[in-house]
Design a protein around this ligand. Sequence first.
Ligand SMILES: Cc1cc2nc3c(=O)[nH]c(=O)nc-3n(C[C@H](O)[C@H](O)[C@H](O)COP(=O)(O)OP(=O)(O)OC[C@H]3O[C@@H](n4cnc5c(N)ncnc54)[C@H](O)[C@@H]3O)c2cc1C
Length: 434
Amino acid sequence: MHPAPHETEHLVIIGNGMAGHRLVEALLKRSDHPARITVIGDESAAAYNRILLSPWLAGEMERDALTLREAAWYADHGIELVLGERVTSIGRAERRLTTDAGRTFDYHRLVLATGSRPTMPDVPGIELRGVHGFRDLEDVATLTEAAEQGGHAVVIGGGLLGLEAAEGLRKTGQSKGPSLDVSLLQRSSRLMNRQLDATAAGLLEAELVSRGLRIHTEARLAALEGNEAGRVVAVHLEDGRRLAADCVVVAAGITPNAELGQRAGLDVDRAIVVDDTLTTSDASIHALGECCQFEGTTYGLVEPIWRQVEVLAAVLCGDDVAGFREQPSATKLKISGISLFAFGPIEADPDHDVLAYHDPEQGDYRRLLLRAGRLEGAILYGDTDMGPWLFTQAQAGSDLTACRQALLLGSADANALLEANDSDPAQRPVKEAA
Ligand SMILES: Cc1cc2nc3c(=O)[nH]c(=O)nc-3n(C[C@H](O)[C@H](O)[C@H](O)COP(=O)(O)OP(=O)(O)OC[C@H]3O[C@@H](n4cnc5c(N)ncnc54)[C@H](O)[C@@H]3O)c2cc1C
């Protein structure tokens, strides 16, 4: 009798980041996972919670709290973990990988979980010393050192990552060193323009300015200026302004690490193209996380990646699975003292029913977009307790007509109305014709 495939199979995972690690955890929960698993990661530390780099930079957390599992845990579970080594090529015909240390690894199945990197704008001076991304442990160690030295820091990008970097630098600079002046540049006319409307963005900006950040909207980067030693000294904007800068953090988008897959001849668009089983154009190679692209979408948040992990773990164990599907994600900002929750479209169209509540005194703002009684989008700033409930209702496509008047007040009130309505058939809203 032949052994089942999982009893002989060697699975290699490239990338010991959040997706690669979570896949290992999901596989180990099952008894029918591939017999041999090797994980190769180019960072020197074992997998850590990248999301927590922001609170670590802000000095709100110790480094140890970021660790997901120590290297010894992998050994204890019979998994070979190779750290500090980069896979440089994939020989698909012979199913063999080569690393930058010249080692080779044979595989039966391969998973690419190589993540992404900060997108560096194509402007003069981008290669200067003192210009950093905000992606890994080394970046945070360097930024913490820069913050402690004081001077001028400029963060490029007014999205989630840029805001967390700017506030982290400001807090660390304030608590540990001589004064650090932090400026943030945003191309758009408002912060977090992909998630917030003008009112919520205005509240956020006012709060950050009151804490000491300098925020420049409609600020387009033209060039970085360096000194004779090749260090950045200033940032130049397209409108002619010059801002002094001892440290520049670029948080203006991410570029999927797809080149390894591309060199191996896999289908690659903006990222490595996968189907709903997270399989690439080669049936024995899968990809997940920020390095992959499904139906034209690439990823930058963990929620959809966790759902990819569940699908891929099942596929690797030979299950027939319901394929991965694209679903909306909600956005939260990790800056202490600021609560913000948003999902769905930002601009209302003429068919939207717009419910809004704004208390400028308390810095509280809620705006909901409904279409025919169903919630499509929400922006909550200040009191965000209701966010997860609203998100669940939107995902379920619930008809919220019965609790419309309580929707801005709290999930308990809204739920009570929905339940009362549900128990009284006469009150049940007429379902829309399919
Ligand atoms: C500061 C920060 C804050 C964030 N906050 C949030 C948040 O609040 N909420 C949220 O949902 N998401 C957040 N994210 C995004 C989230 O961290 C990513 O979506 C997630 O890490 C993606 O997982 P991944 O495994 O695809 O990529 P990664 O976690 O980047 O892992 C990829 C790994 O592969 C390694 N690698 C690449 N190429 C090779 C190679 N050739 N050989 C070997 N190893 C290789 C990389 O070095 C890396 O270790 C944040 C990201 C950052 C940087």
